[in-house]
Design a protein around this ligand. Structure first.
Ligand code: LAN
Length: 728
């Protein structure tokens, strides 16, 4: 199974079948590292039986018995936990699909193709199945994310993926997708990142790609737009992109690439005026049109700087520094890298630099596997190498909110979860932290695992809260000693911006005016860190919980931090009373957090106009059936928009949690919502997947499948604790 290469090499395409045998797939959890395995040998398959978790991920029947129907909300939590416990993985955390974005798998498959990595038939087959299952039914194209309308970005990238994994161009689904792509203007109308990938693959010429000069990395730190100030994701994507752009590096030409040149364009390939299409883009892809500032800058770079003024010595120096920074990223993450976008691009850059047999390329490819995930629809690429620490923290907290941490029934599960968080705490800062522009991380937690090792303000906060809660519960051991807790606090305290708010991975290093240089077109809010009610609240509540147990440690700083943060929360409230969410959809998610922030300093519905307005905002949007149903469109437009498919349990839970945190005085609307959540629970204790839950960069949605367990149980548990006498 080797890729076709025109110049002499093998010409074999990946083998592709209708489907794989789902009883042969297993997910291995190696202390929080996930890899999927297809066992073709019968005996080996018997020796490694499928677990409940495997079957659940694959959509195979679990054959669980029905539980005693829940009469009270606490029974529903109990039933939910009975189900969810079966999905806990050996190392103590919960795994899940983390799909949604439709531009991640393409990076991985392009990296495989470029590095001449054989694609096993069972991968090829399930990638095909996933993409066919996720093609928009009306036009056969793909959007930026699974719920989005077809765009050139989604369609051209995934069309190329399908061809590279072995689907023929005359397959009816490919004919349909191609027609849509052509109707949207063809590949010349794609956004910057697709143009970059096409240039690297050799499907397009580099002249169609707007400049990505590595020289920016040489700017002194004081320059207001120097890349170290950018949001970490755009910075880490720009890095390999700039290296490859500078070299105008192109992969070896393969038959399939030659064929793609004829398929994805409307124009005749040889007659395309590449440079003239640098800024051609279809409106569906143009979420954030480039500003005149960026367009003028690009014009100067393309027409004057690059052809006339670009000294080779400086370019060499810039490439060398970009290359060093890539090495540091690899070293700091043991080649996991920040996310599969920069991981795929770094794989290509290292291949270009080090050749096919280099350790860098091998290790990056190995690690890339950890982002792949199999669902009943097929194989996809997760947004990160998992959601391990994040979901584990929320699971612990939902059990705490239900008052069940002391119940011996759940101790083994909780103890395993605590052990996981103990193991996953980041114990050291990265080497040469300042040199590679990283922020302090010692004592923190990453969103996924410690290998990836990027501490995030709210990931540190949620994990820390969970550890403190459990370690202060009778019957649990102290696995993380005081010093390690203090390390986490020290790191948390570095996350506050001058405004009082917290951002995600780092504090803000430049103003939001930097968005004027946003070249990605498909995303908003990507150039710098912003201020998030979600992250701010998580840190506030973690610090407050910590202070209760360790009242003396950095007490004054914590008090000042919390006061400033909560004051900022008030300033971020929208006139309609809600808060805009950046990581969950959308106002419902952030309003839940903001109400919790206010409550943490004693501001609730009865005594605070901010809290009251937040509650009124939520109540006004409750639906007839008692649920809430916000659509991802809110994230794009900044206005509250309802999802066409009706109430969602996750959204309903968020709203109820907010209202309960705020001591909303009327129990009736809360009861109605609780009833909806209970009614949706299945006889075996689970809840079913509904609409997508998460978002990033305003325009791209991402799935958080475990939220339908963690937040439902949290809402039900909080209700049970707050109104112990109520039945629903
Ligand atoms: C995530 C996932 C987790 C998320 C929360 C912790 C929920 C949030 O509160 C802070 C930001 C963070 C860590 C986050 C940032 C952006 C990520 C990494 C993602 C949404 C998952 C995927 C996304 C990443 C940017 C995807 C790659 C896309 C690019 C544009 C490079």
């Amino acid at each position: 199974d080797v890729h076709g290469a025109v110049n002499g090499h093998a010409t074999k395409r990946p083998r592709i079948e209708d489907r794989t045998d789902y009883s042969r797939w297993r997910m291995r959890d190696d202390e929080g590292r996930h890899t999927w395995h297809y066992i073709e040998d019968d005996q080996a398959a018997k020796d490694w039986p499928q677990t409940h978790a495997d079957k659940y991920y694959l959509g195979l029947p679990l054959e669980l018995s029905e539980l005693k129907p829940a009469k009270k909300p606490l029974d529903a939590v109990w039933n939910g936990l009975t189900f969810f416990e079966k999905l806990q993985l050996p190392s103590g955390h919960w795994g899940c699909e983390y799909g949604g974005p439709m531009f991640l798998l393409p990076g991985v498959v392009f990296a495989w193709h470029i590095t001449k990595t054989p694609i096993p038939w069972y991968y090829a087959t399930e990638i095909k199945n996933y993409l066919f299952a996720r093609a928009n039914p009306e036009d056969g194209g793909w959007g930026l994310h699974i719920e989005g309308e077809s765009s050139v970005f989604g369609t051209v990238l995934n069309y190329m993926v399908l061809r590279l994994v072995g689907v023929e161009a005359d397959h009816p689904k490919m004919v349909k997708a191609r027609a849509t792509l052509h109707k949207l203007g063809g590949a010349t109308h794609s956004p910057h990142w697709a143009k970059f990938y096409m240039a690297v693959l050799g499907v397009a010429k580099w002249d169609i790609v707007n400049p990505v000069p590595p020289e920016l990395w040489l700017l002194p730190d004081w320059v207001p737009f120097a890349p170290w100030r950018w949001w970490i994701h755009i910075r880490q994507v720009y890095l390999p992109m700039s290296y490859l752009w500078s070299k105008r590096w192109q992969a070896e030409e393969t038959e399939i690439v030659v064929s793609l040149r004829k398929e994805v364009f409307v124009e005749d390939w040889d007659s395309i005026n590449w440079a003239a299409h640098r800024n051609t883009i279809h409106p569906n892809d143009n979420y954030h049109p480039k500003t005149w500032v960026l367009n003028s800058l690009n014009w100067v770079l393309v027409n004057i700087w690059d052809p006339l003024l670009r000294p080779k010595i400086v370019a060499d120096k810039a490439e060398a520094w970009a290359s060093d920074l890539i090495d540091m990223e690899n070293k700091n993450t043991d080649y996991s890298n920040l996310a599969p976008v920069n991981a795929a691009m770094n794989t290509i850059a290292c291949f270009a630099r080090d050749g096919p047999d280099a350790f860098s390329v091998k290790r990056l490819k190995e690690r890339l596997e950890e982002a792949l995930w199999l669902t009943q629809e097929g194989l996809l690429c997760n947004g990160t190498n998992g959601v391990q620490s994040w979901d584990t923290a929320f699971t612990i907290q939902s059990i705490m909110d239900a008052g069940l941490t002391e119940d011996p029934r759940w101790r083994p599960m909780l103890l395993n979860a605590l052990k996981f968080l103990d193991d996953q705490q980041i114990r050291e800062n990265v080497q040469d932290q300042d040199k590679c522009y990283r922020q302090q991380r010692k004592g923190g937690w990453a969103f996924s695992n410690k290998d990836q090792g990027y501490a995030v303000s709210d990931c540190v906060a949620e994990a820390l809260k969970s550890v403190i809660i459990l370690q202060k519960t009778p019957g649990f051991p102290t696995l993380i000693d005081d010093q390690r807790i203090f390390d986490a606090i020290d790191t948390l305290l570095t996350y506050q911006n001058p405004s009082g708010a917290c951002s995600s991975y780092e504090t803000q290093r430049a103003g939001t005016w930097m968005e004027a240089l946003n070249a990605a077109e498909v995303f908003g809010h990507i150039m710098v860190e912003y201020e998030y009610p979600e992250c701010t609240t998580a840190v506030v509540t973690a610090l407050s919980l910590f202070s209760k147990h360790w009242p003396d440690y950095r007490a004054k700083e914590i008090r000042v931090f919390v006061d400033k943060a909560v004051s900022w929360i008030k300033t971020a409230q929208r006139p309609h009373g809600g808060w805009y969410g950046s990581w969950g959809i959308c106002f419902t998610y952030a309003t839940m957090f903001a109400l919790e922030s206010l409550a943490s300093t004693g501001e609730t519905y009865p005594n605070s106009k901010y809290s009251k307005r937040g509650c009124d905002f939520l109540i006004a949007r409750q639906r007839q059936d008692g649920g809430w149903s916000e659509s991802y469109k809110s994230c794009e437009t900044g206005e509250y928009i309802e999802h066409p498919t009706g109430s969602q349990v996750v959204m309903t839970s968020w709203a109820l949690i907010g209202l309960m945190k705020a001591d909303y005085p009327d129990i009736e609307p809360i009861k109605k919502g609780i009833k909806l959540i209970m009614d949706r629970q299945q006889p075996n204790g689970e809840w079913l997947q509904e609409a997508i839950e998460g978002v990033f960069n305003k325009s791209c949605m991402i799935s958080y499948p475990n939220y339908k367990f963690t937040f439902t149980m949290k809402a039900l548990g909080m209700f049970a604790k707050k109104y112990p006498k109520e039945t629903v």
